[in-house]
Ligand binder design. Structure first.
Ligand code: DC
Length: 226
């Protein structure tokens, strides 16, 4: 029996940091679906394929070999994890992620991964579309100002220049596009547990989610996970 944990939430709400820690703790494969949309965006930008060229974007996506290695993403063997976090990719990715034909292609790949492994998957449509039947669903939020503050620190640590006002503006724009698009907009699934992390530390959020997973493991006697 496969176990799937779904985490959705807006940009920079801490999903990836938390999912990564939980993955290690419970021996789950971590699939960062935002990385997949970012990977397609980066590869399209490199080849000058703009988001209005839906056929071009899909053709490019079908040709890519996307793989995860722990918290890194490899495309055609190249580790592009650092490049996809660049602000240029961040400010374009929502436009690509709004293409429904592209979403179908990536959702298929994500569902295939979840059928093969015990996964923790984060994104915007995991609870509502990709893993509708996941037994453990979480919706992680934080105020836009707190998310911008965290993203600035993260970028500065990687020596990528980051201005708070620009980052906040970008987060607000992405929130708007992600939650107003026609294809799988960001919404909280009715059966997801909402956690507002604005005033919580990473370890506090990890403990909350871990407790739910532990209860599920005990209830279903899934000892082999740990
Ligand atoms: O989580 P992130 O900021 O890395 O996500 C990058 C973009 O991809 C963001 O605009 C939302 C979009 N996305 C999506 O539409 N569906 C997902 N499952 C994951 C990300």
């Amino acid at each position: 029996m496969n176990i799937s944990v779904a985490i959705d939430g807006p940009a920079a709400s801490g999903k990836s940091t938390i999912a990564n820690i939980i993955a290690h703790r419970f021996n789950l494969v971590y699939i960062n679906t935002g990385f997949m949309y970012r990977a397609v965006t980066l590869m399209c930008m490199r080849k000058n394929i703009i988001y209005t060229d839906v056929k071009g974007v899909c053709k490019m996506t079908k040709s890519l070999d996307i793989r995860f290695q722990k918290d890194r993403i490899l495309v055609d063997g190249e580790d592009i994890t650092d490049s996809i976090k660049h602000p240029k990719v961040s400010s374009s990715v929502s436009n690509y992620a709004a293409i429904s034909e592209l979403r179908k292609l990536l959702v298929n790949q994500q569902q295939k991964m979840a059928s093969e492994y015990n996964v923790i998957m984060d994104g915007r449509d995991i609870s509502t579309v990709v893993l509708k039947d996941a037994p453990l669903k979480f919706f992680l939020t934080a105020s836009a100002s707190e998310r911008a503050r965290r993203r600035c620190i993260e970028l500065n640590e990687k020596n990528i220049p980051a201005e708070y006002d620009k980052i906040l503006d970008d987060i607000l724009k992405r929130d708007y596009i992600d939650s107003h698009r026609a294809a799988s907009p960001l919404v909280k699934s009715e059966d997801a547990i909402e956690i507002d992390s604005s005033n919580l530390s990473i370890s506090e959020v990890v403990e909350i989610i871990s407790n739910y997973i532990m209860k599920y493991i005990e209830k279903h006697n899934l000892k082999s996970l740990r």
